[in-house]
Design a protein around this ligand. Structure first.
Ligand code: BYC
Length: 317
């Protein structure tokens, strides 16, 4: 026991040395418990976000205005299911089971991106989500593709490639509708008004209050802070949205010439916590829908496990 304790600082030094040399940490490698726990927390929350994130847009598949839009939306929502799969697999390599993660989600204990607890009220929401929400996700995930944990980093590379397509299809819709009929312009402005603030919250808490940022940065899980990524995304979006004649629903938004930044007004963190704690407009509906999907899928899980045990028995003959 004493020997193990003595070995701990040496192992930690080796581990941190590997991270600073840019090596990836792989599933069987030694890692501090805190590193493992932070990764399980973040990757499982990320997986849940992908799966719950299918619901707001999925609601519009049957109401897409034409066949082309329907096919694009179907492909996008299906991609999100695939992202959930990559991420649950990545988390499983750290010793948590799929059942444990799903139980946490379905029992309401797990967190997932708060943005998906808002309703999609019009077709323009699909465009705004594609551009802004997937865009915000890419901003964060491009950084996470450099993450020190191999399976998460590799999952991110694949996910970012697909998210790039999601963002482009959303942007293309918004560009068209913002230059379309008066009704289309109104619908697009209204969608932007509703999604702007929840999108900004996706980047997490401000740096001075974020409880996890320091440890995530120390071990190369993240390399950039929540506020830095949020600011970068605001700077990219504001001129593009203004060029389309859209108004950003922030009376305090101002341009800071010295730093070349578009500075946002205060984010309503009370609203953020209300939604994260389960009291957003759609939290209950989202969890209910996932629970129903899980129980409807029971026969599939039973069939797969019966087939797997049948094949195993055959291989032993
Ligand atoms: N929503 O210390 P902080 C997508 C929680 S989906 C809910 O700042 P951290 C897509 C946080 O978990 C992409 N909870 O946390 C899918 C923590 O609670 P715990 C989703 C949030 O980890 C379908 C507490 O607040 N992306 O692409 O430094 C369609 C303190 O916060 C949120 C990921 O999940 C939030 N927005 O930073 C379209 C990426 N923010 O766990 C698109 C991976 C914070 O201590 N995750 N909380 O109880 C991350 O990069 C980071 O975890 C976050 C938060 C930036 C989200």
């Amino acid at each position: 026991m004493e020997k193990e304790n003595l070995a701990e600082p040496i192992r930690l030094k080796e581990f941190e040395g590997r991270i600073s040399r840019g090596e990836k940490i792989e599933p069987g490698d030694w890692m501090p418990d805190e590193y493992r726990n932070q990764l399980i927390r973040m990757i499982s929350q990320h997986a849940h976000s992908e799966v719950v994130g299918m619901l707001p847009e999925g609601a519009w598949i049957t109401r897409a205005p034409n066949l082309r839009r329907k096919m694009v939306l179907l492909a996008k929502v299906q991609d999100e299911a695939g992202h959930g799969q990559y991420l649950y697999h990545a988390a499983e390599t750290l010793g948590v089971t799929r059942e444990e993660m799903l139980d946490a989600l379905l029992s309401g204990r797990a967190k997932y991106a708060s943005v998906f607890n808002y309703p999609t009220l019009s077709w323009a929401d699909v465009g705004i989500i594609g551009w802004l929400v997937d865009g915000a996700a890419i901003k964060n995930q491009t950084m996470l593709a450099q993450c020190s944990y191999g399976p998460y980093s590799r999952a991110m590379v694949r996910i970012c490639a697909e998210e790039g397509f999601h963002m482009k299809q959303g942007k293309e819709m918004v560009i068209r509708y913002a230059q379309g009929t008066d009704e289309q312009k109104k619908m697009t402005q209204n969608a932007l008004d509703r999604w702007w603030w929840p999108m900004l919250m996706m980047f997490g808490l401000p740096d001075n209050v974020s409880t996890n940022s320091n440890v995530l940065k120390r071990w190369g899980i993240r390399t950039r802070s929540n506020d830095t990524l949020r600011q970068e995304f605001i700077n990219e979006l504001v001129p593009e949205l203004h060029a389309l004649g859209l108004n950003i629903p922030d009376e305090d938004l101002r341009y800071d010439e010295d730093n070349d930044d578009w500075l946002s007004g205060e984010i309503d963190w009370d609203e953020f916590w209300r939604v994260v704690r389960g009291n957003g407009p759609c939290n209950k509906e989202r969890i209910e829908t996932r629970r129903k999907a899980h129980s409807d899928g029971l026969w599939v899980r039973e069939a797969v496990s019966a087939y797997a045990s049948h094949m195993e028995k055959r291989s032993q003959l």
